[in-house]
Design a protein around this ligand. Structure first.
Ligand SMILES: [Zn+2]
Length: 586
């Protein structure tokens, strides 16, 4: 028995089995159910999104022996012959291979004769834009006065190449590219039926590589099954696709966010050890930076592309909260010039390393961190030292963000700023530090600084959650997940947490597992963690941090605007305050 490729084996034969394209299917189903049929349909969309599949299903709907129906029976002779591609009244033509006018004429010659067996004679012309001008004229004649027993189903990837006269006589449906999320769900269904085990991240990698095309996704899956000897593992699939392990991207972004040059270089070392394709890694880094920027600008964009199991989506959401939009823009710009200059670097690895180090070196000083880590300072001079990859666009260090506002006087004057004149903001008490190390009702440790046991009532109380989180010492995405959670209840060794719906993409089994392990270790007994996605009346630690940041920013802006010197500058020189340059102190 020969292996049947997945795309053919799982080609849908009913509208209900189609993945996506709901808008098109609904219109067709309504038309079929209400018997409002057009004589010519045009399906447009990129390759592999289901144009000819929809057309073939429509041909069945029109010719099923049970009558015109949106749900063809699938068992009558017509239905079966159409699936097997041998129905005499379904004339399929690939215009890409048959564009000459005499062939089209020959094809259309028989149009006036009644169908042999079916209700309708259905002409399915794929890649119809490839027909020659004269062929279009022949087709147009038939479209102008179509016999009642004829239906035209045209499909094309390039409707702009069709003459307007043809376009205007067709009912047009545009099939959309499928989202990675939709493709993953379909692959899960297919592989489940095929009894092939697959890691979620492997499916996401395939879905992203398919670029919106279900057919490509299925044929890549075929290749991956052959490559992985019958199963789909994330690292194998990444190797096949030439993409990099998503964990590496996560570590790079983590290191950048933490300003940790050592970890960054270690990451480059690991990549080199695995013979990574550095230009490709840089491209993927840029793709992730782009997604982060989108999520930062339009938070609602997050769930569409990112859902449970999509590690990159979770990473994007987490990093969107940890890095500022300015950081992301800067990193992207540096990556872009880094990519351009990569061919001039002594070797791809050093070009890639220089690009990452430049991101570290030029990252604006973060409010609250007085000093960049010393190791980063040390790497900065190396960057300028005659590197072929150095670029003028980004080589000029960005001005340090003002610790007070920059005031731009309208007329030229020597005054550039008010450094030193702004009022320092009152230090905000750090609520975490003033909390007692052990909650009041905790069991006191018997001797010395043994781990302090925290009892369930404390764990369940939102006000002590900060303290618990701090002691869990989680890192990375797991820490991010916990910061978006609040305890709901604790009973019988089950810790129930509420997860802020905005952070749902962070919800992954791997993080829940890490959290369970950390909580069990902290409390000294086995605990199960259950996470429910629902908004809470109380603030999550992440929400609280965001609110405090906004509050401090507002106070800083108020302080600048009420500053006597600033007011004088504004009144005397017609100056204006650049609000975006205001940063809270400390
Ligand atoms: Zn049938």
């Amino acid at each position: 028995m020969t292996y049947e490729v997945l795309a053919r084996k799982w080609r849908p034969t009913t509208f209900a089995a189609m993945a996506g394209q709901d808008h098109v299917l609904r219109a067709l189903i309504n038309a079929l159910a209400g018997d409002r049929l057009h004589h010519a349909y045009l399906f447009t969309g990129t390759r592999g999104v289901g144009k000819t599949t929809v057309a073939r299903i429509l041909a069945r709907c029109l010719n099923c022996e049970t009558g015109i129906t949106p749900e063809p029976c699938g068992v009558c002779t017509s239905c079966r012959e159409i699936s097997e591609g041998r129905f005499v009244d379904l004339i399929e033509v690939d215009a890409a291979s048959r564009s000459r006018v005499e062939e089209t004429r020959e094809l259309l010659e028989n149009v006036q004769y009644a169908p042999t067996r079916g209700r309708f004679k259905v002409y399915l012309i794929d890649e119809v834009h490839m027909l020659s001008g004269a062929s279009f004229n022949a087709l147009l004649k038939t479209l102008e006065e179509p016999p009642p027993h004829v239906k035209f189903l045209l499909a094309t990837t390039d409707p702009k190449k069709l003459p307007v006269t043809v376009l205007s006589r067709c009912l047009q449906f545009h099939l959309k590219n499928l989202t990675p999320d939709r493709i993953v769900r379909h692959l899960e269904m297919v592989l489940g039926e095929e009894k092939i085990s697959a890691e979620a991240e492997a499916l996401w990698a395939l879905a992203r590589a398919a670029d919106g095309s279900m057919r490509d996704a299925l044929s890549l899956t075929d290749q991956a099954i052959a490559f992985g000897d019958g199963q789909l593992q994330a690292d194998e699939v990444a190797r096949m696709l030439g993409t990099i392990d998503q964990g590496a991207l996560e570590r790079i972004l983590e290191s950048l966010a933490a300003g940790d040059g050592e970890a960054l270089l270690a990451c480059c070392g690991d990549l080199a050890e695995h013979a990574a394709d550095f230009p490709a890694v840089l491209r993927e880094l840029m793709a992730v930076l782009h997604r982060i920027a989108v999520v930062q600008a339009v938070p609602a964009a997050a769930p569409a592309g990112a859902s449970v199991g999509d590690q990159v989506g979770a990473l994007v959401v987490a990093m969107a909260g940890r890095l500022t939009p300015e950081d992301i823009q800067l990193y992207y710009q540096i990556a872009l010039t880094g990519q351009r200059d990569l061919p001039f670097a002594p070797d791809p690895r050093s070009g890639f390393e220089m690009t990452l180090l430049r991101m570290l070196a030029f990252r604006p000083q973060q409010p609250g961190s007085d000093q960049r880590p010393a190791r980063v300072e040390a790497s900065a001079p190396a960057q300028g030292a005659g590197s072929a990859a150095a670029t003028p666009e980004v080589a000029a260090p960005r001005p340090e963000p003002a610790r007070s506002a920059t005031v731009t006087p309208q007329p030229e004057s020597g005054l550039r700023g008010t450094n030193g004149h702004s009022q320092p903001l009152p230090e905000e008490p750090d609520s975490i530090n003033v909390k007692p190390e052990a909650p009041p009702n905790a069991v006191p440790a018997a001797t010395g600084p043994a781990p302090v046991a925290v009892e369930p009532p404390v764990l369940g109380a939102p006000q002590h959650w900060h303290d618990v989180i701090r002691r869990l010492e989680l890192t990375g995405l797991t820490a991010e997940l916990v910061n978006h959670c609040l305890p709901e209840s604790v009973e019988d060794g089950r810790v129930r947490l509420l997860l802020d719906p905005a952070a749902e993409p962070l919800h992954a089994d791997v993080h829940v597992g890490r959290l369970e392990a950390a909580l069990s270790a902290l409390l000294g007994r086995p605990l199960k963690v259950e996470i429910r996605v629902a908004a809470s009346a109380d603030e999550t630690p992440a929400q609280q941090a965001a609110r405090r940041r906004a509050e401090r920013q507002r106070l800083a802006e108020q302080a600048i605007e009420s500053d006597v010197n600033v007011r004088t500058l504004i009144e005397t020189f017609n100056a204006s305050v650049q609000r975006e340059s205001i940063r809270p102190l400390g």
